[in-house]
Write a protein that binds this ligand. Structure first.
Ligand code: TYD
Length: 208
């Protein structure tokens, strides 16, 4: 059995990632390509419980270190529960966010630094780097204009524009650092145009 491919989607909040995930899943289903769809933080029983703690607006006093470790903990469990079995069964794994979110949000935006985030995630991820990561390039300003304001109950969306600008700059740095793995997609176009490019790129990278 050939091992499946691990595809992750990344971008700032409101970049259109969810729409693109839906469209890619539709394409895979229509073409009878075996796959699973999952997300981080979450994707399994224990990791979804960790997600609730992380995204709960009432947990505003959570330290940055605790946050980074919880994301890594959820990741370790999710890999074991869902990602690894699907890859071993030859399926494509499409995951909404993964380790690049930890770099963009915790290392760059929270300021914990790349070294710390790399260390805890090397432990959490073991060998599981994505075969391809699709970054939907849309600035927070454009994303928020589309979304018309943040959800006041979401702890992360309360963080403000300066924080999201740092996340965005973090993603740009990551894309430059890992040009072979991270594909940058201009997310200012129509959903149809974007998904067509995503599929093309994934085919070129032998992921589909
Ligand atoms: P979610 O509501 O799923 O947002 P989105 O639809 O934008 O993906 O919330 C996930 C949030 O978790 C998002 O704001 C990014 C954040 N996050 C991190 O800060 N670090 C991580 O490692 C991961 C996986 C997510």
């Amino acid at each position: 059995m050939t091992r499946g491919k691990f595809i992750t989607f990344e971008g700032c909040d409101g970049c259109g990632k969810s729409t693109q995930l839906k469209l890619l899943i539709e394409y895979l289903t229509e073409n009878k390509i075996e796959h699973i769809f999952t997300r981080e933080p979450g994707g399994g029983k224990i990791s979804e419980q960790i997600r609730e703690i992380l995204l709960n607006g009432k947990n505003a006093e959570m330290t940055d270190e605790c946050e980074a470790l919880l994301y890594a903990a959820a990741r370790a469990q999710h890999l074991r529960d869902k990602v690894e079995p699907a890859l071993a069964a030859g399926k494509i794994v499409v995951c909404d966010r993964y380790v690049d979110s930890s770099f963009a949000y915790q290392a760059y935006a929270r300021g914990l630094g790349v070294e710390f985030v790399e260390k805890i995630n090397a432990f959490a991820m073991e060998k599981y780097l994505p075969d391809c990561t699709v970054f939907f390039d849309l600035s927070p300003k454009e994303a928020f204009a589309r979304k018309q304001g943040a959800d006041e109950n979401d702890r992360l969306e309360q963080a403000g524009m300066a924080f999201h600008d740092k996340v965005y700059a973090g993603y740009k740095t990551l894309a430059e650092k890992y040009p072979d793995r991270i594909v940058v997609i201009d997310a200012r176009r129509s959903p149809k145009e974007i998904v067509a490019e995503v599929i093309k790129v994934l085919q070129e990278k032998n992921c589909l």
